[in-house]
Design a protein around this ligand. Structure first.
Ligand SMILES: [Zn+2]
Length: 421
């Protein structure tokens, strides 16, 4: 590079330019483009509208399955799931037959952009709403030199040794938020604002939670209030001199019928009835410790053949079920959706936009919906996400963005290399 500020950091085969201004990347969890359309139309999000006018905006392809962990890992590594290895919140360890939670940093392959920049001397901040993501986001991140990694969920328990920061509630000026609240996300952004004010000026990754989008459709006033609160904080981040880059991990679709009853295909029950109990194992990779707002139902499940039944038999048995968008064998699923082969199931089942797939009806607790329609994600139909930058692209990246559909995991590339400086 011929410019004076030629320092770059290489991560997983991509060279990232050293930021000349603070760069704040925000993952609006469950930030379906439909919310932006609604609130842009009614003028509720003036800062985002301004970013779109003065900067850059497009709809990008997220990682499939359109779940939180795979997409967050794609974003912070700049790679597809086939490279970073995190293809769900859960997978089946075929050696033990146990479902394994995929949030351990040891399961994440390759380096994160955050850790590599920190190692090169940048001041890096990583904040997430739910603690489940924190350790992977903070993989190999050196927290002894002023870098910060914590979650809203455990903001009251931060220590210098574990998080690189303490007294977070005082810093942010908010009480510890409830796990099922919009404040859990707002806390992340408020913390980002406060840290930016205090001079954490290089690279920031702020990852929210999709509680509001699971619960409220774009037309509902609670969703509007949430987006207004987000928008106000995005404006403050930009006013502090940051390049603000917004994307989402996945979208969100209503998956209930006209009467409000969830459209669910209970796949484990269907397979057990056809092949006998224990012969196949359905894993719902949306599952985490906090599922009241979606009952662990999503648009993408995996089937492992544990007994005599073959993948071909499973595919033949479920292929024609109404409401499924695709039923794929392992090879095809890995090829089409760029997934890691060693963690893939024998059969991948993806639902249509208005349908979700579960395991066994008895294993899913839907009481947490408490009268709300089921809104969830996971399939291809929830993999379209926005990318919005507060600053315009340079000519090279304008051409790139015009020639192809961007991937959401290019957000750091866009914000660091693509912004006109
Ligand atoms: Zn999510």
């Amino acid at each position: 590079m011929a410019t004076g500020n030629a320092k770059t950091v290489d991560v997983n085969g991509i060279s990232y330019r050293w930021p000349s201004k603070p760069v704040v990347v925000v993952c609006i969890d469950g930030g379906d483009p439909a919310y932006l359309r609604q609130f842009l139309a009614d003028g509720a999000i003036p800062n985002i509208a301004r970013f779109m006018r003065q900067g850059f905006a497009t709809i990008a392809d997220g990682t499939v399955p359109s779940f939180t962990c795979p997409n967050n890992m794609s974003i912070i590594t700049g790679t597809p799931a086939s490279k970073h290895g995190i293809s769900g919140n859960y997978y089946l360890d075929t050696a033990t037959g146990e479902a394994v939670v995929m949030t351990g940093p040891e399961l994440l392959r390759g380096d994160t952009i955050l850790a590599r920049f920190a190692a090169a001397g940048a001041k890096v901040v990583s904040i997430t709403a739910k603690d489940k993501l924190r350790k992977q986001l903070g993989k190999n991140l050196d927290l002894t030199r002023g870098n910060v990694s914590f979650s809203s969920e455990r903001a009251d328990k931060c220590t210098l040794a574990e998080n690189g920061i303490e007294n977070v509630l005082e810093l942010v000026g908010m009480p510890l938020p409830d796990m099922y609240s919009m404040e859990l996300s707002l806390f992340v952004l408020e913390a980002g604002v406060k840290l930016l004010e205090r001079g954490h000026r290089d690279l920031m990754y702020l990852s929210l939670t999709d509680y509001v989008q699971h619960k409220y459709a774009p037309a509902e006033s609670e969703a509007r209030r949430f987006y207004q609160e987000l928008d106000q904080r995005f404006g403050r981040l930009e006013a502090l001199g940051a390049v603000v880059a917004l994307t989402a991990d996945h979208g969100m679709n209503d998956k209930s019928d006209a009467a409000g009853k969830p459209n669910v295909i209970w796949l484990q029950d269907i397979l057990d009835a056809r092949f006998g109990k224990g012969d196949t194992t359905v894993i719902c990779p949306i599952t985490d410790a906090f599922v009241a707002h979606h009952g662990a139902l999503g648009g993408f499940v995996r089937v492992w053949c544990r007994g005599r039944t073959t993948p071909e038999q499973v595919i033949a048995a479920v292929r024609d079920i109404k409401g499924l968008e695709s039923v794929l064998d392992k090879e095809t699923a890995c090829a089409v959706h760029d997934l890691p082969h060693d963690r893939e199931a024998d059969v991948v089942v993806i639902a249509a936009a208005d349908v979700c797939v579960g395991g066994s009806a008895a294993a899913h607790d839907l009481s947490g919906l408490a009268g709300h329609r089921l809104r969830t994600h996971g399939g291809v139909s929830e993999a379209k996400v926005p990318i919005i930058l507060s600053a315009p692209l340079n000519d090279e990246y304008k051409l790139k963005a015009g020639a192809t559909t961007l991937k959401s995991y290019q957000i750091f590339d866009l914000a660091l290399n693509g912004v006109a400086q």
